[in-house]
Design a protein around this ligand. Structure first.
Ligand SMILES: [Zn+2]
Length: 143
């Protein structure tokens, strides 16, 4: 077995020399935050024990932890935004139906023209449609 205490270990990520309890074992399976999974996600490929450094310094571990937190916040915001968007679209559709109904009731001569289908059926549209709308909202709120 390698004597890791004597070896000059360096951080797998930033290559800084590791000292004492400043290091975190990347492949710790029972860690609260699995660094292996987070690091694999960050570098975009599956990482496994390959004989190279297995430790990360506390600074890099902290950054991975932050990345994970951002990820969860982003997911939550996205879910909330989609939910809100869903409600807004439902509300808009209800108004549209309401106005359309009133209009047709009081404008009998237009009654022969079938209301354009397609837009009436899918209340919120496809998921892609939702995402496009969401993207559009993000873009317009940036400018
Ligand atoms: Zn590091």
């Amino acid at each position: 077995m390698l004597d890791v205490v004597k070896m000059k270990e360096s951080c797998r990520i930033c290559a800084r020399e590791l000292c004492g309890n400043q290091r975190r074992w990347i492949f710790h399976p029972a860690a609260k935050l699995n660094l292996q999974v987070l690091l694999s996600h960050a570098v975009g490929r599956e990482l496994s024990r390959d004989g190279r450094g297995e430790f990360a310094c506390s600074k890099c571990a902290f950054m991975l932890d932050r990345m994970y937190r951002f990820d969860t916040v982003v997911a939550r915001v996205e879910a909330l935004s989609l939910e809100r968007l869903h409600k807004l679209l439902l509300e808009k559709d209800r108004l549209r139906h309401c106005i359309g109904g009133l209009y047709r009731k009081n404008n009998a001569e237009d009654g022969s023209v079938a209301p354009s289908a397609g837009t009436g059926g899918g209340v919120v549209g496809t998921e892609l449609g939702l995402k496009t709308s969401l993207w559009w909202i993000y873009q317009s709120s940036r400018t």
